[in-house]
Design a binder for this molecule. Sequence first.
Ligand SMILES: NC(=O)c1ccc[n+]([C@@H]2O[C@H](COP(=O)([O-])OP(=O)(O)OC[C@H]3O[C@@H](n4cnc5c(N)ncnc54)[C@H](OP(=O)(O)O)[C@@H]3O)[C@@H](O)[C@H]2O)c1
Length: 249
Amino acid sequence: MYALVTGASSGIGREIARQLAQRKYDLIIVARRVDELNDLKLELANAFGVNVVVKPFDLSNRDNCVKLHWECLEYDPKIIVNNAGFGRVGAFADHDLAGDLGMIDTNVTAVHILTKLFVQSMGEGRILNVASMAGFLPTPLLASYAATKAYVHHLGTAIDYELRKAKKPIRVLTLCPGPVHTEFGTVAGAEAALPGMSAKRCATIAVRGLFRNRRVILPGFTMHLTRFFLRFLPLSAILSTAYSIQKKK
Ligand SMILES: NC(=O)c1ccc[n+]([C@@H]2O[C@H](COP(=O)([O-])OP(=O)(O)OC[C@H]3O[C@@H](n4cnc5c(N)ncnc54)[C@H](OP(=O)(O)O)[C@@H]3O)[C@@H](O)[C@H]2O)c1
């Protein structure tokens, strides 16, 4: 049985791919860096004897998302992990528009397209969309990124409810990690301001939550606690705390 993992060339996606291979899933792995994908293919085929199909795609391009879905149909994947994404730290006014739109294309549009097309084409299965804790709160100095992740969170949780109501055997689950040690910080142009968990631990919690059909998966006790207390904080306190954390980056 196949699983599709986007953003599998590093970080959380690569670890999720490893853990699904360990569970004997054949894989379709996607990212732009083909060498990293080929290395992972070799590693997983040797370690677990699974088939791994490499699909080097830039998912910030809408046509590529549609093409990827089309090319996946022959494998009939039962798990889709929409993980590819990135952030940009800094003042909204300082970021160029093209960069923001590239992030929206990758974090939002690609996730929307792949979720839509797989919900429509798959008979049964699970879609895991990777959002972020940042999606729970407006985040100064990470404003556009946090807004993209709020979209992913709201879209997935609402669709999952619809599908359950319609008794369709498809789940749309949302992973909301806090800080995780990956290439994310380097790509975002920032140092980590808070201690993070390893990508392996995050992926372990994600994959466990996936098979338990958890609608929203929060990796780690601290994230559960944070989300709980966020309910009681006034917006002004949330904004000033989020600002201070991002400023440290
Ligand atoms: N690390 C954190 O603290 C953290 C916290 C919350 C949420 N997240 C989310 O977790 C997900 C994975 O991030 P990560 O932390 O594992 O960072 P990462 O190590 O930088 O991995 C990001 C992955 O996304 C792929 N990607 C980026 N842009 C792409 C594009 N246009 N087309 C195809 N693939 C693309 C990258 O591959 P290529 O560069 O090879 O294309 C890479 O495989 C992201 O959605 C991120 O927003 C991360």
